[in-house]
Write a protein that binds this ligand. Sequence first.
Ligand code: PFF
Length: 440
Amino acid sequence: MARESWTSRLGFILAAVGSAVGLGNVWRFPWMTAEYGGSAFLVVYLCIVLLVGVPGLLAEFVIGRRSKRNPAGALARLAPGTKSWGFVGLFGVVTALVLLSFYSVVGGWILRYFAASFTGSYFGQSGAYFETISFGWEAAAFHVGFLALTAAIVLGGVRGGIETATKAMMPLIVVLLAVLAGWAVTQPGAGEGLSFYLDFDPAPIEENPIGMLRAAAGQALFTLSLGVGTMITYASYLGEDNSLAFDGSVIAVLNTGIGVLAGFVVFPLLFALQGGLTEVTAGGEAGAIFIGVAGAFQQVPFGRAVAVGFFGAILFAALSSSISMLEIPVAYLVDEHDVSRRNATAGLGALVLVTGAVCALDPGLFDFVAGTLVDLMLTAGLAGFLVFTGWILGTDALAEFDSGAGGVARSLGTPWLWSVRTVLPFFLLATLALNLYSLL
Ligand code: PFF
């Protein structure tokens, strides 16, 4: 059967933005920003997105469009005669399954809060509510619900499923978040939240430069969906006429913009209605939205409607990311093992049903997978993709980068390739070493 492709350039851009914008922007980003001192974290993170994230994104695009394959097939095909590169791609396929296992549990929480927002059943007791629903058999059941939604979209294929769903969901997310942000920043007391978020104070960087760098690098990769092969897979459905540099920049700008916008909802709400960040720190990673923001809705006029909008937006964002995770192993089985899309989706869905349920039942394992393991796997994966692009593809990478690109974008090719060969892998390997060291 002929390989599918996107119907249009916009379809590709929205699907890639859909993958990038997700729980990473709305759940992990505000939490990390709060934990690492607000504005200082924002600045370090934005620098890493620009200097490491965007070139990394372009490397994945180049591999994907050149090979027109899933990550494992892509690296194996572009480096014929050396089997080992195929394993680097296969590592990405495994990472996607690990990632989806924990992500679907958080997706299940969102699904539950979304449903509960209609009646407001967690209002006034968000801390206790979160405690009872976050882990256990009910959490496993909602994880299955979220996974079923994900699988249903992936089953529809690249155009009918992924492209159609993301085209409908992305504008809605932006509108819902923008309305919420407009409302949140005008609340009395919101100013304190805004100054925590935006007034630059370098003290947290001076106190813990290495920790800050590690956290910001991990967040930058996670939010741009890098190091797994998502962007390889999505670019494999592209024609030659897109300018990768242009599309990559648009995707990075939209993703960062939506993340920053989520901060304009979360921080003003936390400071105006919850008296600051105590809920965030008390609730650990979950605090920012599930306890802090969810707890605030009780005091809000039309609180239920606002809560439905908020969790609805996050549900869409989470789904448009989880489909990109499932698409990687599905594309692998379809491309490399001639399995039908239907059987691949069903089989992999069954597998993640089990691995996700294990995460939903064991909070310790969940924490390890969602934090340490994912950071390590994404960093190692992206380092592999960069070394491959810089040293194995070399000038071919440059030719692919230039294909479809205008004059300005072309002039960026040579410095891009240079950074992909040298400083960027070095930076990622150093981050990986620091992460491993802190693990021991
Ligand atoms: N970028 C997604 C988010 O911010 O929620 C998470 C993600 C999706 C990471 C796909 C990695 C990936 F391959």
